[in-house]
Design a protein around this ligand. Structure first.
Ligand code: ATP
Ligand code: MG
Length: 401
């Protein structure tokens, strides 16, 4: 019987076996289980073809059938079931040009990137480990399955994945593997930027960023990462930072990259790395708040403006400047603010129009609201209808503004 985290996968494996097929747990979940880390997605490998997998289970989704992957839905959970396969000819450095399904699990394990990711476990908890991945887990070593040169030439992204696993596990990079990275990191230029971005975002949201950056430095890999390869100063500045915790999310990473050197615009980072709109918005907001903080310190206005991203601003300041009071203290101050957003103001643009009924609608309304908002947040005006009205009536409308 399988141990706790894998128990929910057991019915799937049993059912495959009842139909005469093999099934193994593979990849990151087995690795993380063996080093007592919380496991992520459970991946199951089988010698059944994708069509056969679809016949065995009643609820399936063909998520990546050309690569052999079928999603099996069971008890409200989903499991990726992938047919044993080998890959060949990475001509375009993007996807293998040919995926062949095979009948031997050992062949499937041999196409995997690192020994620690090439361990399989059957339903009885027995381990299949042809590349000594368990030994590398004990030695805490990232080592490629077979020749690092060949494996990196096949798919150069593996070099970046290797340092991402260092950031995740705090392992060392095997010497031959490091040497191959020194020699071949330039091949990263051939990889689609989406894949690079994905691994970079994973790297920076893991706990051992310093260790990963050291390998990127020692191997010279920074010379092949977008934008870092055009500006030597950037990686030098990045290396100076002591990352003592994972970044909160990728938005913080791009904000930080930009703040390392204002000469490269945030827009350029976003475009080059093809960042999603959500991450882009988060990064822009963090940068705006940080610039405001640079002018006025951690004022109530800055806390108010950072709002939901206060923790992100806090993280950036801790990384780039001196340590701050605890985040709890800032959160307490935030809770004491008289309003949390503009919609908390007791008056609206409509009220302004009534009070100034001789003036046309225009930009002045927004300007007035911003000023009212600021005065309330910094404690110079109470969020009270009458007080706001009498204060505002003293102001002059600049029609053109
Ligand atoms: P995580 O826990 O971070 O998801 P993971 O090991 O599961 O780590 P994935 O990117 O989800 O990493 O990949 C799942 C498995 O597929 C890996 O463990 C590895 O065996 C294999 N794999 C993924 N990408 C590659 C690649 N580019 N080359 C070879 N094998 C790969
Ligand atoms: Mg995974």
């Amino acid at each position: 019987m399988l141990k706790e985290p894998f128990q929910k996968a057991e019915p799937i494996m049993k059912q495959l076996e009842a139909h005469g097929y093999e099934s193994y747990l593979v990849g990151g979940a087995v690795r993380d289980y063996l080093v007592n880390r919380q496991i992520g997605d459970i991946d199951i490998a089988t010698n059944a073809t994708p069509q056969e997998v679809q016949q065995v289970f009643s609820k399936t989704v063909p998520v990546g059938i050309e690569h052999g992957t079928v999603l099996v839905l069971h008890n409200g959970e989903s499991f990726e079931v992938t047919t044993y396969r080998t890959e060949s000819d990475y001509q375009d450095y993007r996807h293998p040009s040919e995926v062949s399904f095979v009948k031997d699990i050992n062949l499937d394990l041999s196409r995997r990137d690192f020994t620690i990711n090439a361990i399989a476990m059957n339903r009885h908890g027995e381990i299949l480990d042809p590349f000594e991945g368990k030994k590398d887990l004990e030695r805490q070593l990232i080592r490629t399955v077979r020749s690092p040169q060949e494996r990196f030439e096949e798919d150069p992204l593996r070099m970046l994945r290797g340092v991402r696993f260092i950031s995740q596990l705090n392992f060392d990079m095997d010497l031959d593997t490091t040497d191959a990275i020194k020699e071949l990191h330039h091949l990263l230029n051939k990889i689609s930027v989406e894949r690079i971005t994905d691994e970079m975002m994973k790297l920076f949201t893991q706990p051992y960023i310093n260790a990963a950056l050291k390998v990127i430095d020692d191997s010279g890999m920074y010379g092949s990462l977008p934008i870092f390869n055009e500006n030597n100063k950037l990686f030098f500045e990045l290396k100076k930072i002591d990352f003592n915790q994972p970044l909160n999310h990728p938005g913080v990473m791009f904000a930080l990259f930009y703040l390392l050197d204002y000469e490269v615009s945030l827009q350029k980072w976003i475009k080059t790395y093809k960042v999603s709109n959500q991450i882009k918005r988060q990064a822009i907001h963090i940068v705006e708040c940080y610039n405001l903080y640079k002018h006025q310190g951690l004022s109530d206005w800055v806390l108010y403006k950072s709002g939901k991203q206060m923790k992100d601003l806090y993280q950036i300041i801790c990384l780039l400047d001196s340590p701050l009071p605890s985040i709890e203290e800032l959160e307490k101050r935030y809770l004491m603010l008289p309003i949390k957003s503009r919609s908390d103001i007791v008056i609206s643009g409509q009220d302004l129009l009534q009070w100034f009924d001789h003036v046309k609608k225009g930009k002045w309304i927004g300007n007035f609201l911003t000023e009212i908002e600021r005065l309330i947040v910094i404690g110079e005006l109470r969020n009270d209808r009458h007080e706001i009205e009498s204060r505002v009536r003293e102001w002059k409308v600049q029609e053109k503004s």
